[in-house]
Write a protein that binds this ligand. Structure first.
Ligand code: MN
Length: 154
């Protein structure tokens, strides 16, 4: 993996049937994706369910926004190991360099309830971790535009 080709990530806030976040990591030119109902947090003590969903097209989805979806965060990530191998092994550790999300995170496959789509997302305890962290309403909008979801007050 060339250092000159940093890997991208995007987190959507998405109002579909339910309001949720989607974490997407660039792996081999696609966005491997998880729906995270409660969203990422900087609290290293929190465990967040992350349900793997279908891969998304990289070029189409890095900046896509509409009435129901904002780019809540985006930037680059550095995997601790080859991400495809790590995904296959069910444990992926990575450092995010985004606007809201920074520092080390880990995704671990749990197969909770016998479902191999179920992973747990945690913030690794590092200098970017914030005990008891909670996002404010101000944090809920897009990092690419002035767009906000209607549910956040348009
Ligand atoms: Mn979604």
């Amino acid at each position: 993996m060339a250092a000159s080709e940093p890997l991208r990530f995007v987190v959507n806030r998405h109002h579909a049937t339910t309001l949720h976040f989607d974490l997407r990591l660039e792996v081999e030119r696609v966005l491997v994706s998880w729906a995270v109902p409660k969203g990422p947090t900087l609290d290293a003590g929190a465990r967040r369910l992350a349900v793997q969903v279908e891969d998304h097209e990289l070029d189409e989805h890095l900046e896509l926004e509409d009435e129901r979806k904002v780019v809540w965060d985006t930037g680059f990530y550095q995997p601790a190991a080859d991400p495809r191998t790590a995904l296959d092994d069910g444990h992926l550790r990575f450092v995010l360099a985004g606007h809201k999300l920074r520092g080390a995170f880990a995704l671990s496959q749990t197969r909770m309830g016998g479902d191999d789509r179920n992973w747990i997302l945690v913030k690794v305890d590092d200098e970017y971790a914030v005990p008891g962290h909670e996002w404010t309403t101000e944090d809920m909008g897009s990092v690419l535009s002035d767009r906000r979801l209607e549910v956040d007050g348009g």
